[in-house]
Design a protein around this ligand. Structure first.
Ligand code: 5GP
Length: 254
């Protein structure tokens, strides 16, 4: 296999130059970090499951007209995506109180929120992704008012759709984080959904028992971390055919 140029290595993914201009290969690692990388570990098979789960959810969102960077899955750990200019914001949507919202505002975890709440965080590891307001975003030029309008509209549609899809398989979508990018095509710019949607960046609870099936199992040392991710894939009907035995997958090719 030809060597590929690595463009970026993040905590859970590596980006390589894609086969055609304007494309990238997104490689999903088993590495897991939490609390701004103060806690590090490996979740065996996570990369394979997140690749598959994110493919599935991005495809379903594409079908309802949400523009995404996803093109196609290439293999167990890699997907081909469009190269976009990443907007340096994490868009968090919350339906149920948990995590930093529960801590910061003293709201009991599990309390259903009166309505879905969107929060913005500035993507900056050195600053530990601080929460910011629309004022900061537009004043510092991270996104225009128009970009933000698009982002909010898309985010609310994603939340509505995923809430229903997941509830259909017995999962409560508690909260999640999205990232968006600018896609330039024929002198036009469109905001598209980028990154991934997986148990790494969503809180997913069993709708009946409230059991956690996401990265909080790793963050909070709850055990059965791999099982949580597998259960999400199983309920979505997309557990890889090879099962979990082969999930260590190939070493990253460069
Ligand atoms: P919280 O602010 O409660 O820690 O996180 C809210 C939601 O956004 C959770 O579903 C969490 O997984 C996701 N999230 C927030 N920041 C990050 C981040 O830096 N990386 C990932 N993977 N997810 C995040």
């Amino acid at each position: 296999m030809a060597r590929r140029r690595q463009l970026y290595e993040g905590k859970a993914k590596i980006l390589f130059e894609g086969p055609e201009p304007g494309t990238l290969v997104q490689y999903f690692k088993d590495d897991a970090t939490a609390f701004n990388a103060q806690k590090k570990g490996t979740i065996t098979g996570k990369g394979v499951l997140n690749n598959r789960i994110s493919e599935y959810l991005m495809q379903r969102l594409g079908e309802i007209g949400i523009p995404t960077h996803f093109i196609r899955r290439l293999n167990m750990r890699e997907q081909l995506v469009r190269e976009v200019e990443i907007i340096p914001l994490e868009i968090v949507v919350r339906n149920v109180a948990a995590g930093s919202l529960a801590t910061r505002l003293g709201i009991q975890e599990g309390t259903r929120l009166p309505r879905s709440i969107i929060e913005y965080y500035y993507k900056n590891d050195a600053l530990q992704d601080p929460m910011v307001s629309e004022e900061h975003i537009t004043a510092f030029g991270w996104a225009s008012t128009h970009d933000l309008d698009d982002i909010v509209q898309l985010t609310l549609r994603v939340n509505d759709f995923l809430t229903g899809l997941l509830l259909g398989v017995g999962i409560t979508l508690v909260d999640f984080k999205l990232e968006f990018g600018r896609l330039y095509e024929n002198d036009e710019m469109r905001i598209v959904l980028a990154d991934e949607i997986s148990p790494d960046n969503c809180r997913l609870w069993d709708a009946k028992t409230g059991e956690k099936m996401d990265k909080d199992r790793f963050r909070r040392d709850l055990g059965k971390v791999e099982e949580g991710y597998q259960e999400v894939a199983r309920r979505l009907g997309i557990l890889p055919e090879a099962g979990v035995r082969d999930m260590k997958g190939p070493e990253v090719m460069q």
